[in-house]
Design a protein around this ligand. Sequence first.
Ligand code: COA
Length: 388
Amino acid sequence: MDRRADIIGWHHTRFGRLDKESVESLITASARGALESAGVEAGDVDEIVVGHYNGGLSPLSFTSSLALETDDALRFKPATRVENACATGSAAVLQGLRAIASGDARTVLVIGVEKMTEAGAPAVGRALLGADYDRAGSESPVGFAEIFAEIAAAYFERWGDRSESLAAIAAKNHRHGVDNPYAQLRKEVGFDFCNTVSERNPLVAAPLRRTDCSPVSDGAAALVLTAPGATGSADVAVRSMSQRNDYLPVSRRDLTAFDAGRAAWTAALERAGIGVWDLDLLEVHDCFTIAELIEYEMLGLCDPGMGHTVVEQGLAHKDGKLPINPSGGLKSKGHPIGATGVSQHVLAAMQLAGSAGGMQVPGAERAGVFNMGGTAVANYATILERLA
Ligand code: COA
């Protein structure tokens, strides 16, 4: 089996509004937890990678060395902060894999973190819009929702109004999130609530309602990577991971298809030597429900324009043929930007190790992760596999 690295331990903080936590406390808690779960002494870590978007969310932006506060034995270890918009966490994972592939490191500590809720809605909107070519520097309390609303409008114009499909995706992911002890929104709200504009579910940016959006979150996740077979006791392997970027200006791309996401996904499957139906579950980037709908098509689950059939047929539900976001996804778990990609890998690893609790997809052997920054600008796809 082509195997890039093993994942030997992980930690996931709760996501949500965590008033008592700071970027530093989130980093150290997740790092400590991951090292403990891996059974690795801090002194044995060769490299640290910290995924932290920031963009003005927190005053301190030079955060790589905060990881050293976890344990004095981490002093003098190389630590680097990486950033690639909402795919920052996966950029950190890939940086860790590259450190192992280069031979520079045998054990890498990867941390993803974000503290968003302290900043207030206008500052959050401004920070997130820093990832958009046309709107960078502008003010908006709803930030990226405006951009994905444009994507939804373009999709509806091309393929018909799919508001009901978006509500079905929201209801599915809210339902899945109930079983996720780390999730921010652990409440089943049902299709009718998601499909109806109301005082409790207002339009954020038409046609997207509040339930079509991921929330604003604080949180962190961390994992420990080792060279393949280094410990002999790993449960989970990374078989492949691919990154593909697209042009930043949306005017240069088809808004209704995530072409670079598809390129990343196809490359990850090819490198792993499998097809999408060989997977047992997927954790994908549902920052807004329209993103998950388009991703059904991008992942090769159906033809373009037919994404609605995936959710209508129950295929993506936890008891369906290919559960998608059994964790509740960004939609219900929360989306602390720099933590998200690491969180997706941790939750997939938990599934493969059989330790996902109420989220567990029975007998899961292979999982896919798809994480994107911006509107499918920086795209990362990973195939993970359970080791016998
Ligand atoms: N989905 C469902 N419920 C949500 C929610 C969401 N995304 N965000 C907040 N809520 C709930 C809260 O839990 C709260 O419920 P309660 O009254 O039962 O406690 C209620 O809605 C009001 O919360 P509040 O924080 O005041 O909502 P808001 O209207 O200020 O913010 C959004 C809602 C959707 C505008 C905000 O979450 C947002 O901007 N999300 C997008 C973040 C983003 O762009 N991320 C980057 C993606 S690329």
